[in-house]
Design a protein around this ligand. Sequence first.
Ligand code: SAH
Length: 465
Amino acid sequence: MDYFPLFADLHHRPCLIVGGGAVAARKVRQLRRAGARVTVNAPELTAELQSLAEAGEIAHASRDFDPALIHTHLLIIAATDDRQTNHAVAAAARASQRLCNVVDDGPACTFIVPSVVDRSPLLIAVSSGGQAPMLARSLRQQIDAWLPARVANLARWIARWRKRVGQALPSFPDRVEFWQQALDGAPAEQVLAGREAAADDLLEAQLNGRSAARGEAWLVGAGPGDPELITQRGLNLLQRADAVLYDRLVAPALLDHARRDAELVCVGKQGGGAAVKQADINSQLIARVRRGQRVCRLKGGDPFIFGRGGEELQSLVDAGLPYQVVPGITAAAGCAAYAGIPLTHRELAAGVSFVTGHRADGAPATDFKPLVRSGQTLVIYMGGRRLEALCKELQTHGKSPETPAALIERGTTPAQCVTGGTLADLAARVDKVASPALLIVGDVVALAESLRWFVSESTDARVAI
Ligand code: SAH
């Protein structure tokens, strides 16, 4: 280990910054956030530092570097733009056994400052020992994005309970097991969902040995294909679930995020007999939640857009079981973005409709009449197999044969394929429609040509607009 990591309590501790420019000002801000008593040693100060000094928020030693200041300060930072001065500060600090950081000069430092994710009281520090600061920065950003939004609440909630739990469970291994169970289970989940009162009840029950495993269903939108298009909240629940019931449309890479011991069950529908299948899914969901499992019902796109999420929720509600719903990026939004088609546009489309091109047997067919008005974008889900018929139907209802239209197959995945044309010729341009496929109709489709360059780079898409 090249450095010893530590978190120092600097509240009311004297810290010295030599230098009065922009870099020094940044360091002053960091130290003040940690409650330090800061002295700045520099003949001149930036306007920001000057006003802090005038307000008495920092002390100002208004002269060139003064070695006499070193031994009265705990930490020293050399932040002048003069290498010689910085080295003189470092040498003086070393002679007085003080820790010293020289900005942008690793070898002269006796301490370095890590990249920090601050979710106080939780602090995560990342350092590459000054070797690869950009890597440390990037990892910091990734950790920041990965952490649940309410992780600080979780830390404070644990702090609030620690004494009680410590008194009730004097043995350390018992406490470790107790907290592990709470953190892996429903109590922590409730805090992260912003329901602390429910979390308190669950922990109280766990403490009294009354904790029945508490199941819950999570309807999570997985996004349209690219595994990175799941929301942060969705990913978080996926990582915690005891079981994942997933659709055929869900990106396989997403399942790698599930716990290693989680049950992964594909409940994908292959068409035909869908109604019976849906009933099976509902009853499987209910049975698992009743058994105490936390079940992530992972659905392609958004659960409430042609996802039958409403039906699954209704059966959970009827069974009196708890649930959460996490929205997802629906295929229309994902495919349009990756194909460079803005769904609305100030001049070309004042609105957008999402409709289905396929109805279950017996259900009324989609009424296109009100949807063919000009100045509207139409996104047709589940229409791949009826592409030719749909293009004709729209023309029968008065849409011009020249209306731009695009078929997006396997949108947002590396196999995305966008075929552009008009209502009159699109069907003839597509050999055999791959699944899943989305049809977008409207003047905005023509914009894809000009916008294509910056959106199609991310996939190996065969773009044929
Ligand atoms: N709940 C989903 C839709 C499920 S219905 C959502 O919000 O996106 C299934 C239909 O969605 C498919 O027939 C197709 O029309 C569309 N679809 C889903 N993913 C798609 C993708 N990656 N590319 C193109 N169309 C997609």
